[in-house]
Ligand binder design. Structure first.
Ligand code: SF4
Length: 232
């Protein structure tokens, strides 16, 4: 956003592009969805576990242990009762195993003690659980409970910054990014939309050089229109 450009005008621009971005993303995703074990048969617990396991490691590493993890520890009580050494041993394959085991046990204890063994379905209570931040809370709401929610991680921040680069404030705050993400996120097909955005950030609008040449947003993306992109 130019310093002189009123904020309302900036959000008008976002509004004008919203439908194109949603449709483009959902259309792109039809043929490009990635398949991971934690995307099958989701529930709030499996989403929570996936989010903890995926921190500071790769999806392919987590893929190798996720199903075993879920069969050995199918619910929050199983984690609470788990033998710590066995839990750490399974988690060894994805790294930070002792920290991860402590985090999972801490979460399980909190949910059992405070929420009668049920992972809560509202943001305020989710955020009171140790080690559950905004992104994990939003993932549980959207992907676990089906509550339409915008999931914002570093990939989504990067995509939004590029799409609206010309109009964004020089120091765009997370509040503005979240507001844009909320405008873009669909109510209908919200889970599909959030997963599509994750995959789009991992495969097309990547951290390094984005693959603009095969992106559906070249006609509306500021980054591309301003001549920054690679032409890969
Ligand atoms: Fe990202 Fe390039 Fe697509 Fe813009 S055109 S959204 S920078 S991949």
């Amino acid at each position: 956003m130019q310093d002189s450009e009123p904020e309302a005008m900036f959000f008008d621009v976002v509004g004008q592009r919203t439908t194109k971005i949603r449709n483009g993303l959902l259309g792109w995703a039809k043929n490009n969805f990635r398949s991971f074990p934690w995307r099958q048969k989701r529930n709030p617990y499996s989403v929570l576990v996936a989010e903890i396991l995926l921190r500071r490691t790769t999806a392919s590493a987590v893929s190798k242990i996720f199903e075993t993890f879920m069969s050995q520890y199918p619910d929050i009580e199983a984690i609470e009762k788990a033998d710590k050494v066995s839990l750490e041993k399974l988690l060894l394959k994805i790294g930070y195993n002792k920290q991860r085991a402590n985090i999972l046990k801490g979460i399980a204890k909190y949910v059992i003690d405070h929420y009668n063994r049920q992972i809560p379905q509202n943001r305020k209570e989710l955020l009171e659980i140790p080690h559950v931040g905004d992104y994990t809370a939003n993932a549980i709401l959207s992907l676990g409970y089906g509550v339409p929610t915008a999931m914002v991680d570093s990939n989504v921040i990067r995509i939004i910054n590029r799409l609206f680069m010309k109009h964004m404030p020089k120091k765009s705050s997370l509040v503005i990014i979240q507001k844009i993400a909320n405008m873009l996120a669909t109510e209908e097909d919200n889970q599909l939309y959030n997963l599509a955005l994750l995959d789009f950030g991992a495969l097309i609008c990547t951290y390094g050089t984005p693959k603009c040449k095969i992106c559906p947003f070249t006609k509306i993306c500021d980054y591309y229109l301003e001549g920054n992109p690679s032409r890969e």
